[in-house]
Ligand binder design. Structure first.
Ligand SMILES: Cc1cc2nc3c(=O)[nH]c(=O)nc-3n(C[C@H](O)[C@H](O)[C@H](O)COP(=O)(O)OP(=O)(O)OC[C@H]3O[C@@H](n4cnc5c(N)ncnc54)[C@H](O)[C@@H]3O)c2cc1C
Length: 187
């Protein structure tokens, strides 16, 4: 399910440089780092915005306008720790609709019933950092005896379809909204 994600990059802010660490502020749902001499600030909206994939035109670029209410909310939140962020001019906004799965896990492996069709999808907004591992999982999924973990990522968990679009969408949004949330203890 596509769930929107955005971050902004500011022009130079005194004191910011590439040697600074990446910050994650789970209580504010924010991540921040220096981008050159500017500030890169992104976050996880408490009320995520998803799309119904059936309504998205295949092969067409998806226009994603910056949502300034959301972005300035990230800046206001981060200003509690670094006040200059709200005065800095925004240089660029990155945004898109990364794909989330209803259970927050990758979907990797051959699709049952579609011979030769192999998935590596539902990256849950960590497809860049997870790419090397994903590639290994794809290869392993094609071997005769994949590990239990790789088997657990199989598209087979969604085939045959026992799910409905609206619930899957709501669950994927919840995965996005709770990206920095602590796992709930099992009852
Ligand atoms: C603002 C933002 C910040 C992010 N930050 C991070 C981050 O810091 N770290 C991280 O790990 N991940 C991050 N992500 C998530 C990461 O970008 C995704 O998880 C990753 O790109 C997913 O890879 P993918 O190959 O599954 O899909 P995509 O990267 O979406 O690739 C799908 C490709 O398929 C093409 N395509 C679509 N339809 C067709 C068609 N019909 N025929 C042919 N080609 C088609 C598209 O043009 C696209 O190139 C971020 C995402 C966003 C939006």
């Amino acid at each position: 399910m596509p769930v929107r994600h955005e971050y902004f990059v500011t022009r130079a802010v005194p004191g910011w440089h590439a040697g600074l660490p990446v910050l994650r502020v789970p209580d504010l749902r924010l991540y921040v780092r220096a981008e050159g001499p500017g500030i890169l600030c992104g976050g996880w909206e408490p009320d995520g915005l998803s799309l119904d994939p059936r309504q998205v035109a295949i092969g067409q670029p998806l226009a994603v306008p910056p949502d300034w209410d959301v972005l300035s909310g990230f800046a206001d939140d981060f200003a509690r720790l670094a006040p200059p962020v709200t005065q800095a001019e925004v240089r660029e906004v990155f945004r898109g609709f990364p794909a989330f799965s209803p259970d927050g896990r990758f979907i990797v492996g051959p699709v049952p019933g579609l011979r030769g069709f192999v998935m590596a999808a539902a990256c849950n907004a960590h497809g860049v950092s997870g790419s090397a591992g994903l590639a290994q999982h794809v290869l392993e999924s094609l071997q005769p005896d994949p590990s239990g973990y790789v088997q657990s990522l199989s598209p087979a968990r969604y085939v045959p379809r026992t799910w409905d679009w609206e619930s899957a969408r709501a669950q994927a949004e919840a995965i996005y909204e709770n990206y920095y949330g602590l796992p709930q203890p099992h009852s």
